[in-house]
Design a protein around this ligand. Structure first.
Ligand SMILES: C[S@@+](CC[C@H](N)C(=O)[O-])C[C@H]1O[C@@H](n2cnc3c(N)ncnc32)[C@H](O)[C@@H]1O
Length: 220
């Protein structure tokens, strides 16, 4: 599976989807983070510990490092494609990048305040297991951002079957399916937002949830 992404790695930052789908996604994620975490103020009294799962060539992390100070966030990324990780490391960002599988993250429980997973979940063989893993590495009260193409209409279905010609097999959960995944382990759904893109682009949905713990929130 990672072979297809190894193939795309060296072209990835220049693909047309950067303009029409992946770029607008990153913009929305950063905007929502500014609002939700008040990240400039480092609300947990130390930098927010962030993990981007399926980080690809590290572009979201580059965007976060550009948008926020090092006192506000410490980023790390993991991806199953070694070539993607090489591309990410070549950017020389102040971040750690690890090769590895979303279903079995090489991190301790509660290691992160924020986990993001952008346009990667559809390619996992066991999405519920991966989401459970995201919650395992999130601290209580931590936030999960899941964002990807989501099949909600006949048009979405047709478009995403065309996309699969370039990505290999993929399963693009509906909005309701994303909500179900996000609710795994009793997590609290915060919001679902449509990524603003041209009307010909299939629906891209950002789902934000919080690992639930009584008496504690992300600002706790
Ligand atoms: C469409 S790219 C998205 C990359 C990046 N997140 C972005 O938004 O541009 C999908 C990425 O998911 C990674 N991926 C696929 N299956 C994975 C798995 N089981 N564990 C970790 N990463 C995986 C691929 O290697 C690829 O880099």
């Amino acid at each position: 599976m990672s072979r297809i992404w190894d193939f795309w790695a060296k072209y990835y930052d220049r693909l047309w989807v950067q303009t029409y789908s992946l770029g607008p996604t990153r913009k929305l994620v950063i905007k929502e983070l500014e609002g939700l975490l008040g990240i400039h103020k480092a609300p947990v009294g130390r930098p927010v510990r962030h993990l981007d799962v399926g980080c690809g060539s590290g572009q979201l992390i580059a965007g976060l490092i550009d948008a926020f100070t090092p006192e506000a966030i410490i980023c790390s990324g993991i991806d199953a494609s070694v070539k993607m990780i090489e591309q990410a490391r070549d950017k020389g960002l102040t971040a750690q990048f690890y090769p590895g599988d979303a279903h079995q993250l090489p991190f301790d429980d509660a290691s992160f305040d924020l986990v993001t997973c952008c346009h990667s979940l559809p390619y996992y063989h066991n999405q519920p297991l991966a989401v459970q893993e995201f919650y395992r590495v999130l601290r209580p009260g931590g936030l999960l951002f899941l964002v990807n193409a989501s099949v909600n209409s006949f048009y979405d279905r047709v478009m995403m079957s065309l996309v699969k010609a370039t990505t290999g097999p993929g399963n693009y959960p509906s909005k309701a399916g994303m909500r179900e995944l996000a609710a795994i382990s009793g997590a609290e759904l915060i919001t679902q937002v449509r990524v603003p893109v041209y009307s010909l682009i299939p629906s891209l949905i950002l789902t934000i949830s919080r690992k639930r713990v009584p008496h504690e929130g992300i600002t706790g």
